[in-house]
Ligand binder design. Structure first.
Ligand code: BES
Ligand code: MN
Ligand code: MN
Length: 463
């Protein structure tokens, strides 16, 4: 057994207990009624960092929820790793679909997690994964084996688009100086097939409002003669994709960098079972852009999805009404080299143009983030790859993910620093869904792997 394995073995119950305490705090960043809990979670992260040995730990105020920042600087000659993570979580809704309450963590085993998994909102995304970095740091401090300088930047607004982090980075630019950023907030292919995320999609998120008549009308007296904004909105949305499931907004694909044949062949080597994918989701077929595989559709191709749509009467029974307004929330996931501002502008212009004269439309942008892709031929990737190879006994596969972490592209642009996305979650962990969970195997494997990443990166970057 390695020293880190022995340390985990000795402390595993405490590691579980501490994570459970953190998961009990409902730090839902999206909902203002949870504001106090979000701060309590930030305070808890601060205390855990101090206990693990970090110095100058503080809550940095932003216009939104605070960022927890701390560091342990041992020698200016040595490289510096900055750990980024988030302590905020997605809303637990729909709460009634959880088998146990979202903020009362329980451990249960599942076919994929025979050693048990912690069920709670944020278990995997990102409290469980973020906490692995603090426990790995605790180990390195305890063993007197911290091989380089470390900074922690744990934010509270990732799940709402990190809107205030641009200002934060500008204000604290000097304090954030580092050589690499380690992020444990993504996933691996499976517990038998480790992988490292080398790309994330960007995001343009808009809300649209379609207004017809100035008031809700009797659908008998006016129906058929006045534009129904819900009907119109549905037609407009339907027209945004064609028969090949291609997005029809002019210019949408202009900046998309197509993968080379060789890159597509590499991607196709990743283990993937379409039938297992379909049976997990209880669907009879997959759906998406013609000419692309499922793995391409959900990672290297851009998307347009309606996230919510509402209007008119949705109460019990039937009410005959021709509504005045209809709304939808629409997200577009972006890939290199699309930019969120361009795509938001293209969407807005197109949406206004296709609206028939009988309605008015308003497009309001929500959050945005830029896509990101990282090479595999630099010391950051090598450090992570070798660390995982050691702890999994298998070389990890580089993989582009379809998810988004808005800050990553910003780190590269503003700080000039690359990020390593060494996550340990599984797609089946139900992040953002009811019954989110995180495998204990994954939790401990992360704690075991992170110190090797530190050691490898320090070795590869010390003059
Ligand atoms: N950790 C996820 C992103 C993720 C998960 C990336 C798994 C790759 C693999 C992150 O917390 C997240 O949910 N991001 C949001 C960003 C949005 C709110 C701007 C997303 O992707 O929807
Ligand atoms: Mn996350
Ligand atoms: Mn998330």
């Amino acid at each position: 057994m390695s020293d880190i394995q022995t340390y985990i073995e000795k402390n595993k119950n405490r590691f579980i207990k501490e994570l459970i305490e953190l998961l009990k705090i409902p730090s839902v960043s999206a909902d203002p009624s949870f504001k106090d809990s979000v701060r309590i979670a930030a305070e808890a992260v601060k205390s855990r960092l101090i206990e693990a040995g970090a110095e100058d730990v503080q809550l940095c105020e932003t216009k939104g929820h605070p960022v927890v920042f701390g560091s342990k600087l041992i020698n200016p000659e040595l490289p510096t790793i900055m750990v980024y993570g988030h302590y905020d979580v997605q809303p637990a809704d729909p709460v009634e679909l959880w088998d146990s309450p979202p903020f009362e963590p329980v451990i249960k085993s599942t076919p994929i997690h025979p050693d048990g998994a912690i069920f709670a909102r944020g278990a995997c995304d990102d409290k469980g994964q973020m906490y692995m970095t603090i426990k790995a740091f605790e180990y390195m401090m305890d063993a007197n084996d911290l091989p380089c300088n470390v900074k922690f930047m744990i934010e509270g607004e990732e799940e709402i688009g990190s809107a205030h982090l641009g200002d934060f980075i500008a204000e604290y630019k000097k304090d954030l100086a580092c050589d690499i950023i380690l992020i444990c907030d993504t996933g691996i292919i499976s517990n038998d097939t480790p992988s490292i995320t080398v790309g994330l999609r960007g995001m343009s998120y808009v809300e649209v409002e379609v207004t017809g008549p100035n008031r809700d009308l009797h659908s008998g007296l006016y129906g058929g003669a006045v534009a129904n904004p819900i009907n119109i909105l549905c037609e407009m949305i339907a027209s945004l994709t064609d028969a090949n499931n291609h997005i029809t907004i002019p210019g949408f694909y202009e900046k998309v960098i197509d993968l080379t044949t060789k890159e597509r062949e590499e991607m196709a080597k990743a283990p993937f079972s379409k039938s297992a994918y379909m049976s997990d989701l209880e669907i009879d077929d997959v759906h998406g852009e013609n000419g692309y595989t499922t793995l391409e559709r959900n990672s290297v191709r851009p998307t347009l999805d309606v996230n919510g749509i509402w209007g008119g009467y949705i109460g019990k029974g039937a009410k005959t009404v021709l509504p005045s307004k209809a709304y939808a929330k629409i997200s577009m996931r972006l890939v290199p080299d699309q930019t969120s501002s361009e795509i938001t502008d293209l969407f807005t212009a197109h949406f206004e143009k296709i609206a028939p004269a009988g309605v008015k439309v308003k497009v309001t942008p929500h959050h945005s983030g830029e896509p990101f892709a990282t090479p595999t031929d630099f010391t950051g990737y090598a450090a992570a790859s070798q660390a995982m190879e050691l702890t999994y006994g298998k070389k990890p596969i580089p993989m582009r993910s379809g998810g988004s972490i808005p800050i990553v592209a910003m780190f590269e642009k503003e700080l000039g620093v690359k990020s390593i996305l060494m996550g340990f979650g599984l797609d089946s962990d139900k992040i953002h869904s009811p019954n989110e969970h995180y495998g204990l195997f994954n939790y401990f494997k992360g704690i075991e792997t992170i110190p090797y990443f530190f050691k490898n990166f320090a070795d590869l970057n010390t003059k």
